[in-house]
Design a protein. Sequence first.
Length: 511
Amino acid sequence: MSDSNDIVLEARNITKAFPGVKALDDVHLTLRRGRLTALLGENGAGKSTLMSILAGAQSPDSGTLRVGGREVRFANPREARDAGIAMIHQELSLVPILTVAENIYLGSEPLTRLGLLDSEAMNRQAVRLLKQLDLDVPPDAPVETLRVGEQQVVEIARALSGQARVIIMDEPTSALSEHEIEVLQELILDLKRRGVALAYATHKLEELDRIADDATVMRDGRVAGEAPFQDLTREQIVRWMVGRDLGGLYARTPTPLGDVALRATGVSLRHPERSGDWLLRDISFTVRHGEVLGIFGLMGAGRTELLEVLFGLHPAAVSGEIQMGGRPVHITSPAAAIAHGLALAPEDRKREGLMLEMSVAENTSLASLLQVTQFGWVCDRAERQHVQRFLERFRVKTPSLERRIRDLSGGNQQKVILVKWLATRPAVLLLDEPTRGIDVNAKREIYQLLDELTAEGLAVVLVSSELPEILAMADRVVVLCEGRQTAELSRAEASSERLMQAALPPGKEAA
């Protein structure tokens, strides 16, 4: 059994809050020399926030970090790296126009005796490191010319270049091929033999059988349980991940269902980079007027990609059939999707859903400009009249229609996105994480809004990574796992445990 002398990094009583949400609440984590701790939990459990604090990207509101028994405070990631802590991010943080070697040694470039960049030495060192990782790319190749999986390996090489004592990995295999995953696992075993402490966040439990020593499971910003990984069954992990009180969520009013509004049959989406691979494979479902169809899955399951396919964002890579109102339709662009009665509220509202420097009125009318234009010009009076009734009906709080959208609260920004699409009078509303990053009261208002809309016959496809939201709002739930449909459950059949069991890849059977 490990003792206190094995502890390399320890987090004690870590608390972190953001506006409207407590991301971490009195969290502890211990990383030991030569051992890998699996950090588990559903999306939004607090794993990424905790890892960001360990790596110096964020500061805790309270609590302490200790490295090698000494208390530390990191003002930035550079200070964490200097203390021997490296992090491999799921979202790549490489500089596209720099070379592979320049990215690996960014901030710690080898220099000549004159203090100039020693490119030859840097390239030689990069070649040795890339050989360890079985990546055959030139060290002077710009990173933007590499495949996503190859870029992920470069990200890993950068973390290894600093002789780190602690390596934190956030979903490191999300973009890797099977061969690249095998290489990474061999490297992890070698790092453990060298005494490196590792934290490894993943939803893929099957990856952990070979490499994990300990497990910490998080739920709602707290540690729900911890144990040696081999002592845990898949069922125990799932119980720790989902065991929560669902009573505080708004419950849907039962609504009589109408005809089928949207039918998808055998929908598949080819992978943009890996020949013969698929981001989605053979997805089929229906959604009726007045119904909320929930789409649940963990990160990388293909939820967002499914909505993008329905909305015409990947026409050249899609196969299968889509019907609207019982008739086959060919949706080759968002404009065609809108014309057929579809609307999509995207996951990233600030980057994809709003024009932050434009006014509330301008954002609200963007998807229905034909209703407020005369001779090709927007009529200000017509625009105000058009958007005012929607904003009032759906209780959007704004000082004026001319106020910039960025000045509104997150909840009101999200309602503006919904109003923008409702102004097109869609038959089917596609929602991708509609309550992410907004406070509890704003969530309730959006749930009430969806209740009203479905009572009027709108069909809703709701993608959410929050189990309570899916269970409270969905009439039926389709579960995706790694691009495949693994379950379809009625409201009566759905439970936290059944959804999570279907969402997790196979592998972690009962011990």
